[in-house]
Design a protein around this ligand. Structure first.
Ligand SMILES: [Zn+2]
Length: 170
């Protein structure tokens, strides 16, 4: 896996090691993850969100997952946010979650012809379509990620402390 980091210099090695452990624990098999720190627009703060992920396809395959993390959040929150976003990468990579423009096929009663009826932009989660406007806290992939993120964080942090004790400052 190609891990690209656009993060402040001082963080670089720690975050790279930390992120690689999460990817190992989640058994992510994706070609590229890019991690970037940036200042979020205020509308994203209302749910206490400190990260998001943008999935990019190359034809039928995943090309890249771009994860953006709020640069002004505390390190603890940033680490939990990286866990949360990598759970989304796992959801995409395993096929449980998908995002794009959807249409359904319907047969015309008179002519018997198949028509593609557009459903618009949205997510597909375990075979069910969720339109773009689905409220954040009603999206099952968010519920799944929130449920698992703290256990993942504790597990990864324990491995990280053991593997890189010199990087851990108590
Ligand atoms: Zn999320």
């Amino acid at each position: 896996m190609d891990l690209q980091l656009s993060v402040p210099e001082g963080y670089r090695r720690n975050l790279e090691n930390f992120t690689r452990i999460i990817a190992d624990v989640l058994e992510l098999d994706v070609p590229c993850i890019e991690l970037r720190f940036k200042k979020f627009a205020s509308s994203e703060e209302k749910y206490g969100r400190y990260g998001h992920v943008i999935s990019k396809r190359d034809g039928l395959n995943w090309a890249k997952f771009l994860i953006e993390i709020e640069q002004d959040a505390s390190l603890d929150r940033q680490m939990v946010a990286i866990c949360h976003e990598l759970i989304h990468v796992q959801q995409y990579a395993s096929g449980r979650l998908n995002y794009g423009e959807y249409a359904r096929s319907m047969r015309c009663l008179d002519t018997g012809e198949e028509h593609r009826v557009p459903m618009g932009l949205g997510w597909e989660w375990e075979g069910i379509f969720y339109p773009k406007g689905t409220p954040y806290l009603k999206r099952p992939w968010e519920i799944d990620a929130y449920k698992r993120q703290n256990d993942l964080m504790n597990k990864v942090y324990a491995i990280y402390r053991e593997k890189y004790p010199e990087e851990v400052r108590e």
